[in-house]
Ligand binder design. Structure first.
Ligand SMILES: NC(=O)c1ccc[n+]([C@@H]2O[C@H](COP(=O)([O-])OP(=O)(O)OC[C@H]3O[C@@H](n4cnc5c(N)ncnc54)[C@H](O)[C@@H]3O)[C@@H](O)[C@H]2O)c1
Length: 451
């Protein structure tokens, strides 16, 4: 099959689309292709996930507006089905690969799942098929690892009877379908014609810019956009630490800095969680780390240090109230990594809870969006010595501090997101400590390291 023939099959929806990996990326994209009229086959190693999908039930955690309805519809029309058997992709004209690409404890990329997925489909891949890597990968991976792997395993020549591209995802959990349909994408191809074919394919599901480019550029764009965000968050966090050290208030400073043209200092906070931002900077620098990457590494270190810093703030405010951390009860409000969402993936709260428990504290976690922690705030606050605001959930902006004052044992709080009305909490009798402004509450730098 030539690319011209594939373009025709895309235009007429005769093309069969295979998707390997049915997680946060692979399931929505499968549903979107099926909804737009392609016969779509999804493959996953997890039999339970495949069974749920075939029953029309999304196995993804968290609320995903629109996805259950589209999945139910494409199962009803039988445009989409899932299987554990990769050989069922033998007739696929396009194979999208959306398996996990994590990092290990040393921040090195683990590409085993990607290599395994490519190796397994290579044995069954139809002549002239187009393989598209949607997984996020270190720059250079598609050209230097995947292309030779596929050529070797299939015995075919790249851009002759085998086509390859990289079209990374920009979705965020909680908005998977909306992001998929509405956000622009880079479409990298091993040849210009391949990139343009990928544009034609994604035009059937994406209502935004689709930019044809090469695979390396697409890999760089995807990882750079998340590294950029991470570095900017790290700047805000470092500014918060500086403000604490000199007795300033980062929230005021940020607001006033942002009045200067072209300045957009982000919000500081308790750390960076989620799937992509803590990981993708390491993927970006994976093949350059020892030579040139310094800022991105430093930014990761700053952001990773923030949950530990929140624990320091808790210790300091308890010390000011003559409470020892090891004998304290702490209410942690917010367990997800993102405001108004229920996904705890890599959440800073996980680290804060662990550290506090290591120090001997009793920790009660509350989060209205995370089912296992969905107790009431009042329940969580019973008898505690410190209330810690970790996530800017809307509900936490409305807390009744007078009622909470009657429930806690010691009236202290640490606000890591600047969402509490400090005057109201103080008037209710709480000693307020805020990330990025705590020293301005009379807690001097000299007290910083005392326990
Ligand atoms: N989750 C996000 O928000 C997001 C956003 C943008 C990009 N990405 C990137 O997309 C990729 C996929 O992420 P995800 O969150 O969907 O991962 P996920 O863990 O939710 O899903 C991956 C799926 O692939 C399956 N799988 C692994 N190896 C397989 C194989 N050989 N054959 C068949 N199935 C296999 C797993 O069983 C799993 O169900 C990653 O590279 C990630 O960095 C994720």
């Amino acid at each position: 099959m030539t690319l011209v023939e594939l373009r025709r099959k895309i235009d007429t929806r005769e093309a069969i689309v295979g998707v390997i990996g049915l997680g946060y990326v692979g399931l929505p994209v499968s549903c979107a292709f099926a909804e737009s009229g392609f016969s779509t086959i999804g493959v996953d190693l997890k039999a339970a996930r495949v069974a749920a999908i075939n029953d029309g039930v999304s196995p993804l955690e968290g609320d995903e507006p629109g996805l259950p309805a589209v999945l139910a519809e494409v199962r009803r029309t039988q445009r989409f089905r899932a299987t554990t058997d990769v050989n069922e992709l033998a007739d696929a004209d396009v194979v999208v690969i959306a398996v996990e690409t994590p990092i290990d404890a040393d921040h090195r990329p683990r590409l085993e799942a990607l290599v395994a997925a490519c190796s397994s489909v290579a044995t069954t891949l139809k002549r002239g098929a187009l393989v598209i890597i949607e997984s996020t990968v270190p720059p250079g991976t598609t050209d230097s690892l995947i292309a030779p792997l596929l050529e070797r395993a299939t015995g075919r020549r790249l851009s002759e009877d085998l086509h390859l591209g990289h079209c990374p995802e920009r979705v965020m959990p909680g908005k998977l379908l909306a992001n998929l349909r509405g956000m622009s994408r880079v479409c990298g191809g091993a040849s210009r014609e391949t990139a343009e074919t990928i544009v034609a394919l994604y035009r059937t599901i994406v209502n935004a810019d689709l930019d044809a480019t090469d695979c390396l550029t697409a890999e760089l764009v995807k990882t750079a956009e998340n590294a950029y965000r991470d570095v900017n968050i790290a700047f805000a966090n470092e500014l918060a630490l500086i403000c604490e050290a000199v007795g300033g208030n980062v929230w005021q400073v940020r607001e006033l800095v942002n009045k200067s043209p072209g300045r957009h200092v982000l919000l500081p906070g308790a750390g960076v969680g989620g799937h992509c931002i803590p990981k993708d900077p390491w993927l970006l620098i994976a093949n350059a780390r020892d030579s040139v990457a310094r800022l991105i590494v430093a930014a990761r270190q700053v952001n990773d240090s923030m949950p530990v810093h929140v624990v320091d703030l808790v210790c300091r405010i308890l010390e000011g109230a003559d409470r020892r951390i090891g004998e304290s009860r702490i209410a942690l409000l917010g367990y997800s990594y993102l405001e108004n969402s229920g996904l705890p993936l890599n959440s800073p709260s996980i680290i804060v809870a662990e550290r506090l428990r290591e120090l001997g504290a009793h920790v009660v976690i509350q989060d209205p969006h995370v089912p296992e922690h969905a107790r009431s705030v009042q329940d969580a606050a019973q008898g505690v010595d410190c209330v810690v605001l970790m996530v800017a959930h809307a509900q936490y902006r409305e807390l009744d501090w007078v009622t909470l004052r009657g429930l806690v044992r010691t009236a202290t709080m640490v606000d890591a997101r600047n969402i509490v009305d400090e005057a109201a909490a103080s008037a209710a009798g709480f000693t307020y400590g805020g990330l990025g402004k705590m020293a301005s509450r009379g807690l001097t730098p000299a007290a910083l390291h005392r326990r």
